[in-house]
Design a protein around this ligand. Structure first.
Ligand SMILES: Nc1nc2c(ncn2[C@@H]2O[C@H](COP(=O)(O)OP(=O)(O)OP(=O)(O)O)[C@@H](O)[C@H]2O)c(=O)[nH]1
Length: 386
């Protein structure tokens, strides 16, 4: 908008002076023509009548042009002190032309003698000199003013371009800042939803996803299952090989989980060595089968070198959401089943409230198993924190 305005202003200023200059150029021949017409006056000449008419026309035309230019000068933005002498001179010329006109009319009525013609010519020379000076001064004045205006417009253009660049730079800087803020917010959001060690979602994010899934279930009835997984005797790994090896095992288990589930399933680390998988569009039986596959994959999971030949196992509780369930109900029931799996000997899946039989699979950390196991029937009353 500023550029458009500057361009318009530029054009406008130029056009004003162009019109004035054109009028001055057109009028510059007038004083010469007037003098020539006066010099041709000769009562004895055969074309005397035509010469008189020509002079009469000039005496009508020249004052109109002078008045037009005078008004343009007065209305222009030219400095008053510069054009004041010029306006005085033009006024003087106008008075002289009026005098010439009166005397010429009088002489035409009374007859033109040589003496009167000389007087008219003398008056004509004064007019010619005054007009020639006025027009050349005016040309100079307009030229200077035009040059000043052009210079001013150039400065204005530079200023406008500079201003625009500053605005663009400021807008760019603000946008950059907003992008950086957005980026930082994305990072913070990602961090607030992600478990740092494994890169899985954390408990908070799982809860959010679960709430969305429960809301979706209200619109389109579809099965939804939850799986809670807890590594067996994980403490022994830490104790035997140190915390970093424990971390590596947790990461390896997270990878194993990710490989077993579908893209639409949500895997999260709930804390410590406890994990969860939310399974949309999955009934309890399909969830149990998946849990069995995870069980097998965990046993086959490659261990960090430092952990030697040890094999890991995991206990899993699986539950399908019932009609009217909220996430809290589903979580609590699944946690009980996980606990039951632990109590029943670990390395197993419990997918119903009737506890699964303990298979005689060789758990890797058998000795620890022996110490930690409780009888399945005591889960409801003797729950200790896992
Ligand atoms: N390396 C590592 N260890 C962790 C982390 N979070 C929790 N732990 C350890 O995990 C262990 C969990 O021990 P417990 O709750 O007794 O469970 P467990 O030894 O797996 O026994 P069961 O669950 O009963 O089979 C503790 O030693 C914690 O210090 C972690 O981020 N990294």
């Amino acid at each position: 908008a500023i550029s458009y305005y500057a361009a318009q202003a530029h054009q406008h200023v130029g056009a004003d002076y162009t019109a004035m200059v054109a009028d001055v150029v057109r009028s510059q021949a007038d004083p010469k023509e007037l003098l020539t017409a006066l010099m041709r006056l000769d009562g004895a000449h055969p074309d005397h009548q035509a010469h008189q008419e020509e002079l009469g026309e000039l005496l009508l035309r020249i004052p109109r042009r002078i008045e037009n230019i005078r008004l343009q000068v007065l209305r222009s933005d030219l400095p008053r002190q510069d054009y004041a002498p010029l306006i005085d001179e033009l006024t003087l010329v106008q008075e002289r032309i009026a005098t010439l006109q009166t005397r010429f009319d009088q002489a035409q009525r009374d007859g033109l003698d040589g003496q009167e013609i000389d007087a008219l010519r003398a008056l004509g020379r004064e007019i010619e000199a005054g007009l020639a000076w006025s027009y050349s001064e005016l040309s100079l004045l307009v030229q200077n003013a035009s040059a000043d205006q052009r210079q001013l417009m150039e400065w204005l253009t530079v200023a406008v371009v500079g201003l625009l660049m500053m605005v663009v730079a400021a807008v760019g800087a603000v946008m950059l800042m907003m992008l950086r803020l957005q980026h930082q917010r994305d990072i913070m959001r990602f961090q607030s939803q992600t478990d740092e060690l494994t890169g899985l979602y954390n408990r908070r994010r799982l809860q959010e996803v679960a709430e969305q899934e429960f809301a979706r279930r209200q619109r389109h009835a579809s099965p939804l299952s939850l799986m809670l997984l807890d590594l067996d005797h994980f403490k022994l790994i830490n104790d035997a090989y140190g915390h970093p090896v424990g971390d590596a095992v947790l990461s390896a288990f997270a990878d194993t989980l990710q490989h077993q589930v579908r893209r639409l399933d949500t895997v999260a680390r709930m804390g410590g060595e406890e994990f969860a998988v939310l399974l949309p569009n999955t009934d309890g039986e399909a969830a149990r089968q998946l849990a069995e596959r995870i069980l097998a994959a965990t046993r086959a999971m490659p261990m960090p070198e430092a952990a030697g030949e040890h094999r890991f196992t995991v206990s899993i509780g699986v539950t399908e959401a019932r009609q009217g369930d909220g996430f809290e109900h589903l979580y609590t029931r699944t946690d009980r089943r996980l606990y039951a799996a632990k109590q029943a000997g670990r390395d197993r899946v419990v997918s119903s409230d009737v506890l699964a039989e303990v298979p005689n699979r060789g758990a890797s950390l058998a000795q620890a198993n022996m110490q930690g196991d409780m009888h399945p029937d005591v889960w409801a009353s003797g729950r200790k924190d896992s």
